[in-house]
Design a protein. Sequence first.
Length: 207
Amino acid sequence: MKDKTGKLIVISAPSGTGKTTVVKKLLEKIPNIAASVSFTTRPMRENEREGIDYFFVDKRKFESMVDSKQFIEHATVFGNYYGTQKKSLLIDLKKGINVILEIDWQGAQQVKEKMPSCIMIFLIPPSKEVLLSRLKNRGTDSKREIENRFNQAVSDLNESNKFDYVLVNDQIEVAVENISLCIEGNLNKLNQSELVDKALKSFYETN
Ligand code: 5GP
């Protein structure tokens, strides 16, 4: 009998790469796909909804979930806890639903260890300048927060070699198409290496 288990797709990206928008578009484009909703101790932002963007819990609750091994992965990002609940993920995969995890690189590594067949994708911004302007234009963070997120993004880029695919998010539609190719295993159409080199170089050049 044909194995109907869903595919697990892990998408990581430095803050400000536009990952959330890309994931939204993927959900519209690809049939039979869902995004896992993470748990976090981060305060809810104005435009967010409980159970849609995250399950918002306090530290005590999160720690008790860690102790009772409810997470397939969890990590601290910008001083807050984030985690992916194991049970709901396994149920969806078993039903044959393809599931996207939009998580940081530390969590991605934990998932790879536990579920090696997952498809690991790292999205990067097209350049340092674009990342800075995206972080500033979000308007949800203070100047200090933007600086922190930028520095963290530069450090996160060093982790790109841990992923199966590194893709540039310049035009959303193109990024979505490229992620679809990775999910389908249609790699001969993927043409990213020059763009990736150019993007990474922009972060390490001193001027
Ligand atoms: P934000 O607070 O801006 O929504 O997310 C901050 C970072 O936490 C992002 O890199 C996001 O991908 C990551 N993140 C969100 N949910 C999870 C999760 O369940 N596990 C891990 N490890 N990272 C997460």
